[in-house]
Design a protein around this ligand. Structure first.
Ligand code: ACM
Length: 816
């Protein structure tokens, strides 16, 4: 039995207000709120709002109506897997509509008034997961080579039906009551129609994964099932279940009861980000999944064509296990289940006792998880304990290992041997490359794609999960004050959508080692399942399209057109998805006019945009946006703030932009012939935390450079700063926007005014600002620092004519 000792507020039901009765994906409502993007061919077919986008989709006129006369037909009545795949969908639709939809034996597939499920080897030639769907006014025919393909076809059928056919998920009965079937048991007045269409579909990648960390916080089995349901709806097929961590061991192991008696509980949890000085919340926290529950989850996943991949972390992230069995460490202990986040120096000692323990644990794990892959972690394992441990050093001497990296490699290879002997394959995070890869290991590339590239070059299989694009613990909005506390980063929906799992620098053959991709959900800052849903949705939809749809058919505008219907569906399923930002307020604007017409939009199917222009937070009582706003603007600027309010009362994050009447800045008068091309730069060596620190630093090297960028003469190691000074000659009067990308901080001043402030330590992100300039020369001052790690610096401009480009070298001058 799982014990839920934590005090997190698991909200199981939410209070939804009435929903509008929009039917087919809510497009008609969407049209009032979402300004359609006309590009990209989606015009007349708004009903076909399927995610992930099918390979081929041809609309046919008309609809097929599900009513009391409709029968279901199987091509192979005795095939239990086919029957199960058909029933999986039929039983949902029956529950939602009250229709009988019986499976009958006395009709041919394709007969009028039937929904047929057909096993057809010719469709199977496109792969076991491929399917074809034909809906016309007479019949529905779903064909595939296997029941798996049939299953994916039914998930498409599901998305072609109105959202009212969605029913509560996995016992988490939080579908709003007004979304309950209007017709259930109420006779023939209802009409459940499917738009006529022909679809051919098959996935691009075989590995389409979602991860969930239950070590930092754990979630009820009901939620795990809901998660699996949602993965299936979007045709994902791997669930990476991160079951062991420093902060908690979450899976019952019969042979080692202390793993859960001791290792599943921590005395408290760090409060927010109070690392130093540490502040804990004082609330004991813990729990675990019994083997019975694990079996239930694995079976539930299998019904949805999802394989569960357990992760048992080693040699690091194992403090909870060491707290239970301190003899597995290189030092004496005692150890405590960790209460704060980060990386622990205490790891398993590479002793025979540890290998026996891990093999025993894995023996039970293999019993529970029948899938091919077992994830053994391997990430973030400091070597300091091994360096100081006579036992670890003796293993190195015995095995002829040159260093601790090779010792880690030896550790992983031994575990791989154990798994291979039992017919399984090992997956590890990309650190398992260090010291040499185990012979048949599959690498999960998380520190960027470099580890994956290296592994593929070595002929190993790879799963791409780079932090840059698919870490769903990162912020989704630029304005952190509008978001729940997160670990950091900035990974909006569009960035996930732009992810390409096969790096361009792999050959075709190497690229075939990329099995697919996965998004990771580390739950340090997610205490409730609602919060997990907020971080995962709608980003999961973008991931689904990345891993399923053909690369050439991926289109952000097209995806945005399909998003509103999907958000409605998620709403009907009781998913606490992040409500989209309001478009039109991405950046502050300088304008050469007294009035401006402001157009706002948001990709949601129902609800309202409400806005303010007095700086206050928009509330449910603020002005409703219906038509473009005609705004008077001043030199002081007008703050426009807007957010989406849904019919259920939920409100999205507030988007804010300041619109300011610009006054053109007069150019500098500089004598003819007194300038030469390029900017002057000064180099500062040192550890800086802000560009302001450069003011007190003494310049080292000075020189000339053709732009605000790295000069090429920076040292390979260590922190430094750069200052660029000179003039920029702009060609015409107008508003110029500047985009400064840097890792770490940077700042730009034009004409003496601060134009872009992108200071502070951060990864390579950009920030923009604008200046209204008369044609001619204006002073330019830019500063930058790098505090270690990666470095990047680029300055782009967008002038009155529009379009971004790097500031042209011929615009830049300085006094010699
Ligand atoms: C990881 O994010 N440490 C794999």
């Amino acid at each position: 039995m799982v014990t839920w000792k934590h005090k997190g507020t698991e909200s199981r039901s939410r209070d939804y207000g009435p929903w509008p009765a929009s039917r087919i994906g809510g497009w008609l409502v969407a049209a009032t709120l979402f300004v359609p993007l006309v590009a990209d061919g989606l015009t007349a077919q708004q009903e076909y709002e399927i995610v992930p986008r099918p390979v081929v989709l041809e609309p046919i006129g008309g609809t097929f109506t599900l009513d009391d006369r409709v029968r279901a037909v199987l091509s192979h009545a005795g095939d239990t897997d086919l029957r199960a795949a058909a029933e999986f969908w039929l039983s949902r639709v029956r529950a939602a509509t009250g229709l009988a939809l019986p499976i009958v034996d006395d009709l041919e597939p394709g007969s009028p008034g039937t929904v047929s499920f057909v096993l057809d080897d010719s469709v199977g030639e496109a792969g076991a997961e491929a399917y074809e769907l034909r809906v016309d006014s007479a019949a529905v025919r779903l064909s595939a080579g296997t029941p798996v393909g049939i299953f994916y076809g039914t998930q498409t059928l599901r998305q072609l039906l109105p959202v009212e056919t969605e029913i509560s998920l996995a016992g988490t009965s939080n579908a709003p009551s007004s979304m309950r079937p209007r017709s259930a048991g109420h006779g023939p007045e209802a009409s459940w129609s499917i738009p006529a269409v022909r679809i051919e579909d098959a996935p691009r990648f075989e590995y389409r994964g979602m991860h969930l960390d239950v070590g930092r916080h754990l979630f009820p089995v009901d939620f795990i099932k809901k998660y699996l349901d949602l993965l299936a709806l979007y045709k994902l097929n791997r669930f990476h279940w991160h079951l062991t961590e420093d902060q908690g061991w979450r899976i019952e192991i019969k042979k080692y009861p202390r793993l859960t008696e001791v290792g599943a509980y921590r005395k408290e949890t760090i409060l927010e980000k109070h690392f130093d000085p540490y502040v804990g919340d004082g609330i004991p926290y813990g729990g675990f999944y019994t083997q019975e529950e694990v079996r239930e989850v694995v079976a539930y996943a299998a019904e949805r064509q999802i394989t569960v991949i357990p992760e048992i972390e080693m040699p690091g992230h194992s403090l909870a296990a060491l707290a239970a069995y301190p003899e597995l460490a290189c030092t004496e202990g005692p150890f405590e289940v960790r209460t704060s986040w980060g990386v622990s120096e205490d790891v398993y000692c590479p002793s025979e006792a540890t290998f026996t323990f891990l093999e025993d644990v894995l023996t039970e794990v293999l019993e529970l998880f029948p899938g091919r892959y077992i994830h053994i972690g391997g990430d973030e394992a400091p070597k300091v304990r091994w360096e100081a441990s006579p036992a670890a050093q003796a293993v190195m001497a015995r095995e002829g290992l040159a260093n601790e990296e090779e010792l880690q490699s030896y550790f992983i290879r031994r575990i791989e041997r154990f798994l291979l002997d039992r017919g399984r394959r090992l997956i590890g995070w990309d650190e398992i490359l260090e010291g040499g890869l185990a012979p048949q290991a599959t690498v999960m590339s998380w520190r960027g794609t470099e580890g994956g590239i290296e592994a593929a070059r070595q002929g190993h299989d790879v799963i791409m999960t780079p932090g840059s694009h698919v870490y769903f613990d990162h912020y989704q909005g630029r304005d952190r004050s509008q978001e729940p506390l997160a670990i950091g980063g900035y990974t909006p929906l569009q960035k996930v959508y732009a992810f390409e799992p096969v790096p361009a620098d792999l050959t075709r053959e190497q690229g075939e080692h990329v099995l697919g991709a996965q998004a990771n959900v580390w739950t340090e800052y997610m205490k409730t399942s609602e919060h997990v849903e907020y971080m995962v949705f709608p980003r999961l939809l973008a991931l689904a399209e990345v891993v399923w749809s053909p690369r050439a058919s991926r289109s952000w505008p097209h995806f945005l057109r399909r998003l509103p219907a999907q958000l409605s569906r998620l709403g009907a399923l009781g998913v606490n998805y992040r409500i989209p930002d309001v478009s039109g307020l991405e950046a502050d604007r300088l304008l050469l006019a007294d009035r401006v017409t402001l157009t706002l939009s948001a990709p949601v199917a129902a609800g309202e945009i409400r806005y303010t222009t007095d700086g206050s937070e928009p509330t449910a009582a603020s002005a409703i946006y219906s038509d473009p706003i005609d705004l008077a603007i001043s030199e002081d600027g007008v703050p426009v703030r807007a957010r989406v309010f849904l019919p259920d009362g939920r409100a999205g994050p507030t988007s804010t932009a300041r619109l300011t009447r610009a006054r053109l800045l007069d150019p500098e008068i500089v004598p003819e012939g007194s300038l030469v091309s390029g900017l002057r730069f000064e180099f500062f060596e040192g550890d800086f935390a802000s560009v302001q620190d450069l003011d007190d630093a003494v310049a080292g090297v000075r020189g000339e450079v053709g732009g605000v960028r790295l000069t090429g003469s920076e040292p390979r190691e260590g922190g430094f700063g750069l200052r660029f000074t000179g003039y920029m000659r702009v060609p015409e009067d107008g508003v110029y926007s500047f985009r400064l990308t840097s890792d770490d901080g940077s700042r730009l001043s034009i004409g003496g005014g601060l134009t872009v402030d992108h200071d502070g330590r951060h990864a390579a992100t950009d920030r923009s600002g604008a200046a209204a300039l008369r044609a001619g020369l204006h002073t330019l001052d830019a500063t930058y620092f790098d505090a270690g790690g990666r470095r990047a610096l680029e300055l782009e401009v967008s002038g009155p004519e529009g379009g971004w480009r790097v500031v042209p070298a011929e615009w830049l001058f300085h006094r010699p």
